[in-house]
Write a protein that binds this ligand. Structure first.
Ligand SMILES: Nc1ncnc2c1ncn2[C@@H]1O[C@H](COP(=O)(O)OP(=O)(O)OP(=O)(O)O)[C@@H](O)[C@H]1O
Length: 121
């Protein structure tokens, strides 16, 4: 049943996110990582600029994963057979997710390492 209270574009956007949650294991893993990072951030009492960096990076990773999913679906829809260009397009999209994930890990380490070290020093 359609929820008439939500603007139509917003409803479709939520449907896209729900599609990714239902169908994309990697998106679910990133969502789980998001929950863990936010809980850890709350425990660490991050500074404002650290929160901004963490939220920005979380958005960066989730958005890249959604675009990667969209690219995979486009390829499967228009070029379902094996093709080197289809491979290159999917590999490029996967490479983008890898880069965002590496950036997220680096920023996470820069922000959280001092808090983690404090626990042991
Ligand atoms: N039509 C195709 N032609 C050639 N190679 C392909 C094709 N489809 C997929 N591949 C290769 O298989 C890899 C995985 O593609 P697939 O569509 O299975 O993604 P996936 O495993 O679902 O990725 P993700 O884990 O990000 O959801 C691609 O990166 C590409 O190298």
């Amino acid at each position: 049943m359609k929820d008439k209270r939500l603007p139509i574009g917003f409803r479709y956007a939520i449907a896209g996110i729900i599609y990714a949650i239902k169908n994309e294991r990697n998106f679910r893993i990133h969502l789980l990582a998001t929950v863990v990072v936010i809980m850890f951030s709350l425990i660490c009492h991050l500074e404002l600029f650290e929160w901004i960096a963490i939220i920005f990076v979380i958005g960066f990773v989730l958005v890249s994963e959604l675009f990667n999913t969209a690219v995979e679906l486009i390829i499967d829809y228009i070029k379902p057979e094996i093709h080197p260009v289809a491979k290159a397009i999917k590999d490029l999209a996967a490479g983008a997710v890898l880069i965002t994930s590496i950036v997220a890990v680096i920023i996470g380490l820069i922000i959280f390492l001092p808090y983690i070290l404090q626990l042991f020093l």
